[in-house]
Design a protein around this ligand. Structure first.
Ligand code: MN
Length: 479
């Protein structure tokens, strides 16, 4: 990508309006001027970096303001230009985005100073004002990770670790899976170089070995769907290196990974998804317990798809993911998929949906409301949003997401405040447990309540992990 030129970028946005293309070109020229004479550690002219960032954004179908801001994202930091200047030369959005990305770079999670904590808090909460800031930051990080070989060894590790801890979760939260898996693999490459090398080679070999029948499988499905008049597109993907690494770490062998190979089938309508499912099962036997309906039960980051793992030829398992074209767009690009809509009103609706539906943003808003002290706020953010997640099932088969360490108390309050307030215990995988029981991934959980219960004890507040539960317990005990 280092031979990238402005022509490549313009080609990618060739279907944008004349006005938008003009603005992107203008942003490029200004960025060239302002970074003139600066070099990257690789020895290349600096402009290659913002240009690459803009290119990644254009690949995600970002709007012209976001791409322009991508081109200009390092100019406030690296030159004398100000937010005001950018607002006059471009518009308010471009100025706010560049300013937001600049501030995000100064975010310091581990600082012990109060002043920094206050600043970090402001930055984190500003994310909910315009999610495009995160996307530019993610594209920025992706390009920096791709060019990490030019940095010193300890810097490489430091950046890789930060990417894993902060940016991978962010990509996940906005549902940008493609960015997420690229960032994971690049991080692993520097954190565990041997494992990375080893697994990449193994994946390559096993993919080649199975290539023939996989192609045949794709073909058979395609033919059957065409016979049934279901227009479709079929793609094939191999699990990313990091994904495989995690499974192997859990003691699985490469051949046991049920989604090492996945076939993605895209169709037009939701009804076609279910028709496709039955046709796939007609050709290949499914493993019953591996079926998941994320169309009825979207993940908390809005991911939707049907997942079925089938017995493929050659005694191999293949995961089949069936979804509409729109769902696929969201899977690839996350929220940015909604950007195909080029008007402000539509984007405001998106911003609103984001705040109401995405678990990450809901939690962020809640944490901001409950924690007055800046340091406590940041600690809670780290624990609740960047400490990893688990998924548990309700007895209705709904999937709920919690931070690692969440207890039955958190579960109960997530379902309903009344359930939390009358909780006396529960069943986890059919075994009776106390309210402070720590939940684990894939647990089946049922809360047991009693209307005569005394209500949450004050000490529950410190047992609970989620801010939502903590707040409800505090409110109950205040009354
Ligand atoms: Mn940058």
């Amino acid at each position: 990508m280092s031979n990238l030129t402005i022509d490549d970028l313009m080609q990618l946005v060739s279907n944008y309006s004349t006005e938008e293309k003009k603005q992107i070109l203008k942003a490029y020229k200004l960025a060239c001027e302002l970074h003139h004479g600066q070099m990257r550690e690789s020895g290349e002219p600096y402009i290659i970096h913002p240009l690459s960032v803009a290119y990644i954004l254009a690949e995600m179908h970002a709007d012209a303001d976001t791409i322009s801001a991508g081109l200009l994202h390092d100019t406030i930091e690296d030159s004398d230009i100000t937010k005001e200047d950018l607002r006059e030369m471009f518009n308010k959005d471009v100025a706010t985005l560049v300013d937001g990305v600049t501030k995000l770079a100064k975010m310091n999670f581990s600082s012990k100073e109060d002043k920094n904590a206050a600043n970090t808090r402001k930055i984190i909460t500003s994310i909910t004002d315009d999610v495009r800031i995160i996307i530019i930051k993610l594209a920025d990080r992706l390009h920096n990770m791709k060019t990490l070989e030019h940095k010193k060894k300890f810097k490489q590790k430091e950046n890789a670790l930060e990417t894993m801890e902060v940016f991978v979760p962010l990509a996940y939260y906005i549902g940008a899976y493609r960015l997420k898996s690229e960032l994971e693999d690049l991080s692993l490459k520097y954190l565990k170089p041997e494992a990375y090398q080893n697994i990449s080679e193994k994946i390559e070999i096993i993919t080649k070995e199975n290539d023939e029948w996989l192609k045949e499988m794709l073909y058979k499905i395609k033919v059957l769907l065409e016979e049934k008049n279901i227009p479709n597109e079929i793609k094939f993907r191999v699990k990313n290196v990091y994904g495989v690494y995690k499974k192997l770490e859990h003691g699985l062998r490469l051949n046991d990974i049920h989604d090492l190979f996945a076939i993605k089938i895209m169709v037009k309508e939701i009804d076609d998804c279910y028709l496709t499912l039955s046709n796939v099962h007609r050709l290949y036997n499914p493993i019953n317990r591996k079926f998941k309906d994320y169309i009825c039960n979207p993940k908390t980051n809005m991911y939707q798809s049907l997942h079925t793992t089938v017995f493929a030829p050659n005694d191999t398992l293949v995961q089949t993911q069936i979804r509409t074209f729109d769902m696929d767009k969201i899977d690839n690009f996350g929220l940015t998929a909604y950007w195909d809509i080029h008007n402000e009103e539509a984007r405001n609706v998106m911003q609103q949906t984001l705040r109401e539906k995405y678990q990450f943003f809901k939690s962020l808003v809640e944490i901001n409301r409950v924690f007055g002290d800046n340091k406590e706020f940041i600690n809670q953010i780290k624990k609740e949003l960047f400490g990893g997640q688990i998924y548990v099932y309700t007895t209705d088969g709904d999937i709920k997401e919690f931070p690692v360490g969440a207890t039955l108390i958190d579960f109960a309050y997530e379902i309903h405040t009344d359930i939390g307030n009358t909780l006396i215990g529960g069943y986890v995988n059919d075994e009776y447990v106390g309210v402070d029981h720590v939940l684990h991934n894939q647990d089946r959980v049922k809360a047991v309540t009693n209307d005569l219960a005394f209500g949450p004890k004050p000490e529950w507040e410190s047992i609970a992990v989620t801010t939502k539960a903590k707040r409800r317990i505090r409110e109950f005990n205040r009354k």
